[in-house]
Design a protein around this ligand. Structure first.
Ligand code: NDP
Ligand code: MG
Length: 386
C-alpha cells in the first residue's frame, strides 16, 4: 500500500455495509484512517464506533440524535442535517468517501465528492438509480467511482484491463432469496420476519425484503446500466444459489469472465478501498475452496416475482421510471412491514402507483428526488396512509 494512510469519510457507518467497511479499516490500520463518520440516528452505535476510530467529527443527520450524542459526554464534535453530509464528503481532509447509507439523503454529497475529485466507494443504490444521469457525468477519471455492491464490484473487477466497447452483456447473480422454491400460494403467507431473514447475506431490513421479492436484483440492473454505461438489453439477472459467483461479463468474442468469492461484503469493500492494489486476505473471511465449488445458474421466475419484471420495464423506459420504482418500492416495503399489505401485494401496489404517474421526464436531480417521493406517498395513500 501507499505510504500515506488514505483518509476516509464513511457515510452510513452504523449500518450493515458500513460495518463491513469499518472491519476492513480495523484490519488495515496502516492503510486507512477514518476521519469522519456519518449516520442518521443510531446514537449509541455511533458513540461506540467513534470511540474506536477517533474521527475529527461525526454527523448524525437527525438533529435530535445529534443533541443526544452531545449529551452523552463524548468529546468528538457532532453535526446534523443533510448539508453536514455534503460538508464532510467535500472536506479537504478527506481522500475517499464511502457511501453506505440507505435512501437518497446522501445524493448531493455524492455529487459534491465526485466534483471535488475525491475517490468514492458506492454501496448506496438509491442515489445512482434515482440520480444516475446527474451523477455519472461528474466522474472525472477511471475508477474514481468504485462499486461496493457485490455484483457491481464483481463486474468492475472483471472489467479491469478490458475495453468498454468490447462488452456485449453482463449478468448479475442473485441467490434467489429465501423463497426461491415457494409456490404463489406459499408466498401469500410470507410474513415480514420471514422476509427479513436472508439465507446468505446479512443486510439491513429493507434490502433483505427487496432481495426476497427480487426487486433488489431489478434495482441492481438499473444501477449497473448507469455505472457501466450499458443499455437495458445488455444487463440481465441470473439465479445462482449460494452466491459464490457475483457477476459475469460476456465479451463480443463470446468469452466470459466471472468473479467468485466467499459472499462477504468485506471483500467488496477491501477491493474498492485498496484499489489499485489488492489487500491481503483477511483472516476472518473464510477462504473459498475450489473443491466445494458447485456453480449452477437458473433463469429467475418473473411471474412468481413480478418486482423483477417491473424493474426491467423501468430500465427499458428510463426517464422518471427508475425514480418512481425506488419511491414506490420504499412505500410498499413500509406498508408490508406494518402488515398493511401482504408479500404478494408488494408488486401490485408498486405497479399501481407507477401507473398513476402522469408527469413528464425529469430535467433535474431535484425533480427526480421529488418524483421518487411522490411515488412513495402515492403508495402510502393506496395502502391506507402512513
Ligand atoms: P442498513 O439499514 O443496515 O444501514 C443504513 C445506514 O444508513 C445506517 O448507518 C443509517 O444510519 C444510515 N442512514 C440512513 N438514513 C440516513 C440519512 N438520512 N443520513 C445519513 N445516514 C443515513 O442498510 P445496509 O447497510 O444494508 O444498506 C445501505 C446501502 O447499501 C443501501 O443503499 C443498500 O441498498 C446498499 N447495499 C447494501 C448491501 C448489504 O449487504 N447490506 C449490499 C450492497 C448494497 P442509522 O443507523 O443511524 O439509521
Ligand atoms: Mg448486491
Amino acid at each position: 500500500m501507499k505510504n500515506r494512510r488514505i483518509k476516509l469519510a464513511v457515510i452510513g457507518a452504523t449500518g450493515s455495509v458500513g460495518s463491513a467497511v469499518l472491519d476492513v479499516c480495523r484490519a488495515f490500520p496502516d492503510s486507512f484512517e477514518v476521519v469522519f463518520l456519518a449516520a442518521h440516528s443510531a446514537v449509541n452505535k455511533m458513540i461506540n464506533i467513534a470511540q474506536d476510530f477517533h474521527p475529527e467529527a461525526v454527523v448524525l443527520t437527525n438533529p435530535h440524535a445529534a443533541s443526544l450524542f452531545k449529551g452523552k459526554g463524548c468529546s468528538i464534535p457532532v453535526f446534523s442535517g443533510d448539508e453536514a453530509l455534503y460538508t464532510m464528503a467535500t472536506h479537504p481532509h478527506v481522500d475517499h468517501v464511502v457511501f453506505a447509507s440507505s435512501g437518497t439523503a446522501a445524493i448531493k454529497a455524492l455529487q459534491g465528492a465526485l466534483k471535488e475529485g475525491k475517490e468514492v466507494s458506492l454501496a448506496n443504490k438509491e442515489s445512482i438509480v434515482v440520480g444516475g444521469p446527474w451523477v455519472m457525468p461528474l466522474v472525472k477519471r477511471d475508477s474514481q467511482l468504485r462499486p461496493l455492491d457485490s455484483e457491481h464490484n464483481a463486474i468492475w473487477q472483471c472489467l479491469r484491463g478490458e475495453m468498454e466497447r468490447e462488452v456485449s452483456k453482463i449478468y448479475l447473480t442473485a441467490s434467489g432469496g429465501p423463497f426461491r422454491t415457494f409456490t404463489h400460494k406459499e408466498l401469500e403467507s410470507v410474513t415480514p420476519s420471514m422476509a427479513i431473514a436472508h439465507p446468505v447475506w446479512s443486510m439491513g431490513h429493507k434490502l433483505s425484503i427487496d432481495s426476497a421479492t427480487l426487486m433488489n436484483k431489478g434495482i441492481e440492473l438499473i444501477e449497473a446500466m448507469f455505472l457501466f454505461r450499458l443499455q437495458s438489453k445488455q444487463v440481465d439477472a441470473v439465479i445462482s444459489p449460494g452466491s459464490v459467483v457475483h457477476g459475469v461479463v460476456q465479451f463480443i468474442d463470446g468469452s466470459m469472465k466471472m468473479l467468485a468469492s466467499t459472499p462477504d461484503m468485506r471483500l467488496s469493500a477491501a477491493s474498492a478501498l485498496g484499489y489499485p492494489e489488492r489487500l491481503r486476505a483477511m483472516s476472518f473471511v473464510p477462504e473459498l475452496s475450489l473443491k466445494e465449488l458447485a456453480i449452477n445458474f437458473y433463469p429467475p421466475n418473473e411471474k412468481l416475482f413480478p418486482c423483477l419484471a417491473l424493474a426491467k420495464e423501468a430500465a427499458r423506459r428510463l426517464g422518471p421510471y427508475p425514480a418512481l420504482l425506488i419511491g414506490a418500492d420504499e412505500g410498499a416495503i413500509e406498508a408490508f412491514v406494518k402488515n398493511k399489505i401482504t408479500f404478494t401485494q408488494i408488486p401490485l401496489v408498486i405497479e399501481k402507483a407507477m401507473a398513476l404517474y402522469n408527469g413528464g421526464t425529469p430535467t433535474s436531480l431535484d425533480e427526480c428526488i421529488e418524483i421518487s417521493q411522490w411515488a412513495q406517498h402515492s403508495v402510502q395513500e393506496i395502502t391506507g396512509g402512513k
